[in-house]
Design a protein around this ligand. Structure first.
Ligand SMILES: Cc1ncc(COP(=O)(O)O)c(C=O)c1O
Length: 395
């Protein structure tokens, strides 16, 4: 049994989640709780620690030789967990998914081209698009009684000749939506009709709760394989974000050649050995750990949803099919967004991600990372209860 209740002190360890909190949020209280960036406060699977320890003890840290074992470990994992066949020859390692997205943009679009997002959506999508001098075309998700849906008819009206590519987040961050095979096929058909590339960022695909099943876009719609790039990683799954390794996968050799040319042009064809060793070990040894993690996170999700809605009457937490990023709409509390933000930051001393970061549709929302030991989660919820106490006094 893994002890996910164990609290590991992360302050003063270059943990961005903890050590960047004051700088980014202005919350300087020594007991502040970070519930923003998407990493977990849990130790990695023991097999990862063992692989890294062996490397450290060998104490020779020269250039890493990619002998093919890494992509094979990824392929074996995807076959086992998701029933997806990946040929290692389709895989291009990148220093993380966001950098992969930037390289994809450079490979298949020009400055000024438009990239479709389905906001509210992962904020780094917006940043990497703008940083590459491409433009964002927002196709806001529709909230259908607590579950997000894509509105492809509305998107069709907005397309221009400069629209070249769609960034899909599957499962979706924030909101944790697991897209159905039908939804993915409809999107795929849309991309074919409109001659668009599709990037399917599936970094959260392993963090799916009971009753839901992730379908890789490539499996749902193999007919669009030629215009599809899937992004996957071991870093969210096994809490290895600092390893900064991801993979872009495409069956289309011409597309892969373009992407690899960009990787080469940026000098990124030689990989970070520690990251490769850690992530390969995750895929090879981390399965039992992940199964236990999912049970723990699901209990955190259930506890959080119940208590946040009790704490702040009118608040609604979107039911997560996947991810550990609780997504809470405070509009029903009757409070202004600035008041909610103030209560959470100042009274509860919690740094949650502001909903506006995620683009249109995020305004009255906050995102809370619940992947933390239960004692910390309970403390956070107790503080939130206090922060909204006056709302309950009139009940
Ligand atoms: C959807 C999504 N893609 C990518 C990333 C980050 O990936 P990386 O750290 O590999 O760039 C995150 C992190 O939260 C994410 O939520």
């Amino acid at each position: 049994m893994v002890d996910f209740n164990r609290i590991i002190e992360r302050r003063g360890t270059h943990a961005s989640k903890w050590d960047n909190m004051a700088k980014l949020s202005g919350i300087t209280a020594p007991d502040a709780i970070p519930m923003w960036v998407a990493d977990m406060d849990f130790a990695a699977p023991p097999g990862v620690t063992a692989a890294l320890t062996a490397e450290v003890e060998r104490a020779v840290h020269g250039y890493y030789a990619d002998t093919g074992t890494w992509a094979q470990a990824l392929a074996d994992w995807m076959a086992r967990r998701h029933g997806l066949t990946i040929d290692p020859a389709w895989v291009s390692p990148t220093p993380g998914i966001v950098s992969g997205l930037g390289l994809i943009l450079q490979a298949v679009t020009e400055p000024g081209d438009e990239v479709v997002l389905f906001p509210p959506a992962y904020h780094a999508f917006r940043k990497i698009i703008v940083a590459n001098e491409r433009r964002i075309l927002d196709a806001q998700l529709v909230n259908n009684q607590g579950r997000y849906a894509m509105d492809l008819n509305a998107l069709a009206e907005k397309l221009t000749p400069r629209t070249k590519i769609i960034f899909l987040c599957s499962p979706h961050n924030p909101g944790g939506t697991v897209w159905s095979p039908e939804e993915l096929r409809a999107l795929a058909a849309f991309c074919t009709e409109r001659d668009l590339y599709l990037v399917s960022d599936e970094i959260h695909c392993d963090l799916v709760y009971k009753g839901h099943k992730h379908t890789p876009t490539l499996a749902a719609a193999p007919e669009i394989a030629d215009r599809l790039i899937t992004c996957v990683a071991a870093t969210k799954t096994f809490n290895l974000a600092g390893a900064h390794v991801g993979a872009c996968v495409t069956t289309n050799p011409a597309l892969k050649k373009k992407l690899d040319a960009r990787i080469g042009a940026s000098g990124l064809g030689s990989y970070n050995g520690f990251g490769m060793i850690a992530t390969e070990a995750g895929w090879r040894t981390g399965e039992a750990w992940l199964d236990e993690l999912l049970v723990y996170l699901e209990a955190n999700r259930d506890l959080f949803d119940t208590l946040i809605e009790d704490a702040a009457p009118g608040a609604r937490s979107m039911r997560l099919d996947a991810t550990y990023l609780a997504w809470v709409d405070f509009s029903g509390t009757g409070l202004k967004s600035t008041d909610v933000a103030d209560r959470v930051a100042k009274r509860a001393r919690i740094f949650a991600s502001p909903g506006q970061q995620f683009g249109p549709g995020g305004d009255s929302w906050l995102r809370f990372n619940i992947a933390t030991p239960r004692p910390i989660l309970v403390e956070a919820l107790t503080r939130l209860e206090d922060a909204f106490a006056d709302l309950r006094s009139g009940r």
